[in-house]
Design a protein around this ligand. Structure first.
Ligand SMILES: Nc1ncnc2c1ncn2[C@@H]1O[C@H](COP(=O)(O)OP(=O)(O)OP(=O)(O)O)[C@@H](O)[C@H]1O
Length: 385
């Protein structure tokens, strides 16, 4: 394990239980949430999906009492939190919203350190935690901690929002359409990052989304709700795809569920190849013979923290004396927990017929080739016949 992960290892998730929770807004004929009961196990990620207005957000916000339930009980590790002081409760549950919800007049560090500050953490401890979290969500603390939200891209703001939700190491994190406001490629990167963070932290995460593919990708279980927050199905994605409980669920997940298997299959489950690598700053005169001796025409460039920075043809590399550090962001990198459909997207912009694959903290693991993915898809298609 890496050196910065020590403080989070204790922070595993708590069990969350809703028992017959009801909410009816004034002036509404029927309850928005008409008696919802469910259990989320410690460390589990549960995705809430369902048609617009079915009560997803209301259900989520009752968990941290941003909305007060009319009746029912909400238990964290068996303890009824409806009796708790709501402000204290909200500090103990992480909350991530669309766009990040950052306070514009506060720096990135102050935004992330907000809840630790309210909990009276020592300043040094907060500062250390802020840097650790920025690093975890893929933002270099030295570059970003003193910036203001308006100096960040939408994806970066959302990353800060995720860091803020995790700052006080809460056992439960609620997310409301966390990646709804960013473009598809950024969204995919953020989803990948969340998966690798979750692999490390095992928080209990409840996340509302409109996107069934996102639910399939991120969820250990998916809660499909009908109007009034009535449960249509609550199961693992594989089960929902293979055996939808009824026509409502079948319609909701849509056609092409074989294709959705692609959304389920992870890059890390297929074989990776291991082409030659080199380091930023290494003399090109040493790299080229090594790569040529291996019979290869290109080389993966890693930085000092083992992160892939570039995938270069030798003819391009030969124009330099030392291996250069590219300034641009890479499109052809996928997390090992990314889905095959994400990998295919990344490969479409690659001239190497593949994508570089990373593990925890963006460390390089190997390369997945277009041929491996297409052979796998053909296998799936044969099985489906
Ligand atoms: N403050 C409110 N006052 C009155 N009715 C409300 C209020 N908030 C939500 N509702 C109603 O309660 C029902 C559930 O709303 P909720 O926002 O929980 O649904 P949702 O599934 O999250 O919807 P969406 O997917 O569109 O965000 C809807 O009929 C909505 O119109």
């Amino acid at each position: 394990m890496n050196q910065t992960a020590t403080t989070e290892q204790a922070g595993t998730g708590a069990q969350l239980e809703l028992v017959d929770v009801v909410k009816q807004y004034a002036g509404q004929k029927a309850p928005a949430v008409g008696g919802l009961s469910l259990t989320v196990e410690p460390g589990e990620t549960v995705m809430f999906v369902g048609p617009s207005g079915c009560g997803k957000t209301t259900s989520l916000k009752m968990i941290n009492r941003l909305i007060e339930p009319d009746s029912g009980r909400i238990l964290i590790d068996g303890e009824d939190i409806t009796a708790h002081d709501p402000t204290r409760l909200r500090r103990s549950i992480g909350y991530v919203i669309q766009g990040g919800g950052l306070l514009p007049h506060m720096t990135v560090a102050d935004n992330v350190g907000l809840v630790p500050g309210l909990l009276h953490w020592e300043r040094d401890r907060t500062a250390e935690r802020v840097d650790e979290l920025l690093d975890m969500v893929g933002l270099d603390p030295h570059v970003y901690r003193d910036r203001f939200p308006k100096e960040l891209s939408g994806g970066q703001q959302q990353r800060v929002g995720v860091a803020r939700g995790l700052a006080a190491d809460p056992p439960i994190v609620l997310m409301d359409e966390p990646f709804g406001a960013v473009d598809p490629i950024t969204r995919q990167r953020l989803q990948d990052e969340l998966m690798s963070i979750q692999e490390e932290l095992r928080k209990t995460i409840v996340c509302v989304t409109h996107d069934i593919d996102e639910a399939i990708k991120l969820g250990d279980r998916i809660l499909i709700l009908q109007e009034g927050a009535h449960i249509a199905q609550y199961d693992a994605p594989e089960t929902i795809l293979a055996s939808p409980a009824d026509d409502f669920v079948a319609d909701f997940i849509g056609s092409g569920s074989k294709l959705k298997q692609l959304t389920l299959q992870r890059v890390g489950e297929l074989g990776l190849s291991h082409p030659q690598t080199c380091r930023v700053g290494e003399p090109v005169a040493e790299v080229v013979p090594r790569v040529e001796a291996a019979g290869e025409r290109s080389v993966v460039v890693l930085d000092e923290r083992d992160r892939p920075r570039e995938w270069l043809f030798l003819r391009t590399l030969a124009q330099h004396r030392t291996v250069p550090a590219p300034g641009h962001a890479l499109q052809t990198v996928v997390d090992h927990r990314s889905t095959l459909s994400d990998a295919l997207d990344a490969m479409l912009v690659s001239s190497h017929g593949g994508a570089m694959v990373t593990g925890a903290r963006d460390r390089y693991l190997g390369v997945i080739s277009y041929d491996t993915v297409t052979a796998h898809i053909q296998g799936l298609q044969k099985e489906a016949l």
